[in-house]
Ligand binder design. Sequence first.
Ligand SMILES: [Fe+2]
Length: 236
Amino acid sequence: MNKRRSFLKRMAAASTLAVVAPDISIWAQNATPAFSLPVLPYPTDALEPFIDKMTMEIHYGKHHKAYVDNLNKAIVDNDKAKDRNLDFLISIAGQLPPAVRNNAGGHYNHSLFWTLLAPAKGQQPGSKFMEMVNASFGSLDKFKEEFAKAGMQRFGSGWVWAIIKNNKLLISSTPNQDNPLMDVAESKGYPILALDVWEHAYYLKYQNLRADYIKAFWNVVNWNEVEKRIISSQGK
Ligand SMILES: [Fe+2]
């Protein structure tokens, strides 16, 4: 639109509500998209040397941002997804088109994942987690072994989870950006710990050595958050 036409349009808009209204609507839609990238709870270099700065910058700033942007685009023309919150979209993921399901899952999973990581300061699992681990797996080492096995056996891209189901701790994994809260999940439950095993989560530092990435992960788990999630799981 040239400057003169733009000027005439603004003049017309100022004189009639009918012309002004669509402009405001478009501005509001662009200014406040339905979903937005959450603030990372620590600097991108805070998880060094276990998860490197460049991986975090790309993982959070490019990959997670793309899930958010693509989710906002995908819900525009979908009556089931429009104006719904993320929890709802996850709960009916199987009824949604792949673009909504995958990007809603991507946004949900990464938002959760960032909160489950923390700078390495020698943190150890809390008492609630240890009680559940000992009841279900016998020891922390056995739990870590089973968790790593689930991560290694996940073919292609996906996630490994520690979930609570009927007050019992279980390990599961999901493909792509699915998660255990989705209606389509093979093993449903409330996630208290998550690990992204997509190559984009580790390839820059660990190349194809997913096992080394999984081993390093234990140094940067936010066990305080895991304890909080165990409390949140009660009654769910
Ligand atoms: Fe990821």
